[in-house]
Ligand binder design. Sequence first.
Ligand code: FCB
Length: 466
Amino acid sequence: MTDYRTIPLVFPDGFVIGSATAAYQIEGAASEDGRTPSIWDTFSHTPGRTWNGDTGDVACDHYHRLEEDLDLMASLGLEAYRFSISWSRVMPGAGRDVHPAGIDFYSRLVDGLRARGIRPIATLYHWDLPQELEDAGGWPARDTASRFAEYAARVVEHLGDRVHTWTTLNEPWCSAYLGYGSGAHAPGRTNGADALAAVHHLNLAHGLAVPEIRRAATNDPDVSVTLNFHVARGEREAAERVTALANRAFTSPMLLGRYDDDLIAYTRGVTDWGFVRDGDLETIHQPLDVLGVNYYSTVTVRTWDGAGEKARNDGHKDVGGSPWPGLDDVEFLPQDGPYTDMGWNIAPDGLEDLLVSLNEQFPEQPLMITENGAAFPDAVDQTPEGPRVRDVDRTDYLRRHFGAARRAMDRGVDLRGYLVWSLLDNFEWGYGFSKRFGIVRVDYDTQERVVKDSARWLADLIASRR
Ligand code: FCB
């Protein structure tokens, strides 16, 4: 086994190190300045959907603490900050016009980043569909894709002179399969055919938005999408099926202009894919400046023999529905530890394998790690210098994964940067505030921020590059 902690962390010029967040997880101010509900407001306010009934109503109150949080990023020396834009804040009620107060917040954020020398990386969609669009059918409805492209165009018309990198979607896997298949995420629907229609319409949304972004931007930005790849181990055939549904359902249309035959075959009992129209694949297939990679852990799979209870250790909250339409006979086996507080196995070798494999599949495609990090139940020590979080486990996780990334680069991967999830402890979707991913602790009673030891480690790594 490779000891990834011993790999020297020296990265080339142009490689950026930073951190990431998402609007609904940190902003709060859920009904201020004209913002209207997204599917996550509705979902989190529905009894039984999130841990403890937690919602993003207040979250980290980032909306009101923008300057303080910008200063915090600067104090850590972050080179890049990946944030997301709340659709229902900038176009409340899924209206057609940009709402000045909504866009102003993101304009101040982008200016504040640039003033501090931090590269703005903006994600247009991190799961928070305006509720009105869900009421009109949500992602299983084709029109949602066109509405997304319109929204993208309007936002880029306002911010497209200053944002360095635009990302269309964050993890469409989760939007489609957890939102419409398993029901663990908003809007909480459980229909495999809807989940696959959502996959296609998210792909289409991406494909329609990319040219809009390029047209509306005036600073020649990088354009990207962020995918969460499943690194599947175990029995070969089962792993291939998982890879088809989880990874190739997005990479093949986006980067190769096709849906793979095996994906269509695996899901034949669920849908006939009649929602794919002539010309869609050409639309979806757009050159990308960078492909965003989110990685946390691996899965281990095999074909279920039908005996006993099927193992379902796929790392996602089990609320009854399946996020694997067409793969009812694949089981997800328990994996060797150690584990994070999410129960996810710690496997930096999975990151190295993933990056090398993507580079083999798409040799010309630059990559960026847009999320990697770990939840642990941190303890706060009171010291004479103030509160301190000695999160050795998180620091160790990051140290190993940075090592794995460096190793992948030594093996020829064109990796452009690494963004740690997350800057702040925040609203972890169905898990509410019970899971802490931040490199900065947030006390949800006082909103006090405490820089954890992992953030100091990251700051030292960045400082060592100067
Ligand atoms: C990813 C999400 C991000 C965060 C991390 C832990 O799936 O993109 O918002 O929840 O997982």
